[in-house]
Design a binder for this molecule. Structure first.
Ligand SMILES: [Zn+2]
Length: 191
């Protein structure tokens, strides 16, 4: 008698494990494509296509900004929507040095950084996002003073990283090495 129940319990246990490890993840998974190809990428700021600073060597425009520009700056007003250029998952949200408030999307072999964002993040780490999904808004020039933000302009007010005004800084890394983002958008942006 006892033996019979034990068999039932055992079967029930096996069934629960199967449901949890295979069936539930299958139901809730997002169909994300990896790896991506460059032709998959879309432009992050609808309606705004002006490159205010290109990728490569430059004179630093703001105190603390690098002389080698690791990405491109796209001129867009504060509050403009920023779309994910590809499928991926959020691997970082927070204040990140000269980039100010930053979101990083991982899409192996690429990592895409979106910088100088509105600090009220609308996505969180480990969340999956689709290409074209709104992930952030262009942030303000000035932000609340925090201990991890050393960036100030001549007024003495804390800035959103090393920035002279609202814009989106976009860095694309391939296997952790920054590359020129414009190579992915040659169809829409003249170089
Ligand atoms: Zn920049």
């Amino acid at each position: 008698m006892f033996q019979k129940y034990l068999t039932y319990y055992f079967l029930l246990l096996i069934l629960s494990i199967l449901i949890c490890s295979f069936i539930l993840p299958f139901l809730f998974q997002k169909n994300i494509k990896f790896p991506q190809t460059s032709s998959d990428f879309i432009w992050p700021t609808p309606n705004y296509f002006t490159i205010t600073s290109k990728y490569g060597p430059r004179k630093a425009p703001a105190g603390g900004a690098s002389t080698f520009h690791s990405g491109i700056d796209i001129g867009a007003p504060e509050g403009s929507n920023i779309l994910s250029i590809c499928d991926g998952y959020i691997s970082f949200t927070g204040f990140k040095g000269a980039g100010g408030y930053t979101i990083i999307v991982s899409a192996p072999p690429y990592q895409i950084s979106y910088c100088h964002l509105n600090p009220e993040f609308e996505v969180s780490v480990t969340e999956f996002v689709y290409k074209g999904e709104k992930i952030a808004k262009v942030g303000p020039k000035y932000v609340k003073e925090t201990s991890n933000n050393p960036y100030r302009d001549s007024t003495g007010n804390a800035t959103n990283g090393a920035t002279t005004g609202p814009h989106l800084h976009l860095t694309i890394r391939e296997n952790n090495l920054a590359i020129n983002p414009l190579q992915f958008f040659s169809n829409i942006i003249e170089q």
